[in-house]
Design a protein. Structure first.
Length: 306
């Protein structure tokens, strides 16, 4: 079960603005530092930077081979997330292998978004994802390339990536492995994900809505989530029921489907905030799901925003 890939797909689109600062900035919760746009600020909601019409998102992907992900992007895998890759090139003069991809995407409101991706062959594979609304025309590709060439990878993480998350949960004793991803996501499993135990139970938490979702549209949000999660293909979805956790309201439903071609059962909780919303996806192989369900419910019930 490709738990890390599921979360990576959840965090592939965000947005901000231009101008350049002189000093490298360490991105909390990651090993990455870079020279950012002068009017960008560190995001409080994900690992990266935010401005008015663009964003810089940093994603570390443990255990993912550089060649595999490069080939997947080149072969059109991003199209499943609505991203059309239009070109790419090797970035030279860096202390590591790196490749840049350029592309475009439509935002949820239909606006055109320019995309630039930098894939870094570091000890932990790293993706720097730049998104800019097309009318933010001062954020040119030359400026993006300058930022990419300023990227450096430290030996250790800048701060505790778990502490840097905008939310907290209490992991059940059996679920001892926690992995933060992109500063707004968390993977909780019984042990470190590996090819030897693809079907182990896991919980994925991510901020999946960047704008407020009116209550009248919550069911539509569920339908959009089910349709858009390409790495987790859901084929039988039960009717959502209301739920309240940590002072937040939302919907919860169970579903069956496949992940990476393997059958899975899932419990999905979507919680909505004044500025967006979070999705918690608990999943396991059908034969292991029922035993893990009490832990899933307990961990979900402990969710709190910081």
């Amino acid at each position: 079960m490709k738990i890390i890939l599921v979360l990576w797909i959840f965090v592939l689109s965000l947005t901000a603005n231009p101008g350049w600062a002189a000093d490298p900035l360490a991105i909390p919760g990651t090993r990455v530092s870079l020279v950012p746009p002068a009017d960008f600020v560190l995001s409080k909601e994900f690992a990266g930077l935010q401005g008015e019409k663009a964003s810089v998102l940093v994603v570390e992907i443990p255990g993912a081979p550089y060649e595999t992900l490069t080939a997947a992007i080149q072969s059109g895998a991003m199209a499943q997330q609505g991203v059309e890759i239009t070109g790419g090139e090797e970035l030279t003069g860096l202390p590591f292998r790196a490749r840049m991809f350029r592309g475009k995407q439509k935002a949820q409101d239909g606006a055109e978004v320019n995309k630039w991706l930098m894939l870094v062959d570091a000890p932990t594979l790293t993706l720097v994802n730049v998104s800019a609304l097309r009318d933010a025309n001062t954020l040119t590709e030359d400026k993006v390339k300058d930022m990419f060439r300023s990227v450096r990878i430290a030996a250790t993480t800048a701060g505790d990536p778990i502490d840097a998350l905008p939310f907290a949960i209490t992991a059940s004793p059996r679920f001892s492995h926690r992995q933060a991803l992109a500063g707004n996501g968390l993977i909780v499993t019984m042990s470190k994900p590996s090819a030897a135990d693809k079907s182990q139970p896991g919980l994925v938490i991510s901020k999946t809505f960047q704008q407020p979702v009116p209550k009248a549209q919550w069911n539509q949000a569920v339908a959009a989530f089910v349709k858009s999660t390409q790495a987790l293909k859901l084929d039988k979805v039960e009717d959502p029921t209301p739920i309240k956790i940590g002072g937040l309201e939302g919907l919860q439903f169970t579903a069956t489907g496949t992940s990476g071609g393997d059958p899975v059962k899932t419990l999905v909780t979507m919680l909505f905030t004044p500025t967006g919303g979070y999705t918690m996806v608990a999943m396991a192989s059908p034969e292991r799901f029922d035993a893990a369900l009490p832990d899933f419910r307990t961990m979900m019930a402990s969710f709190r925003l910081k």
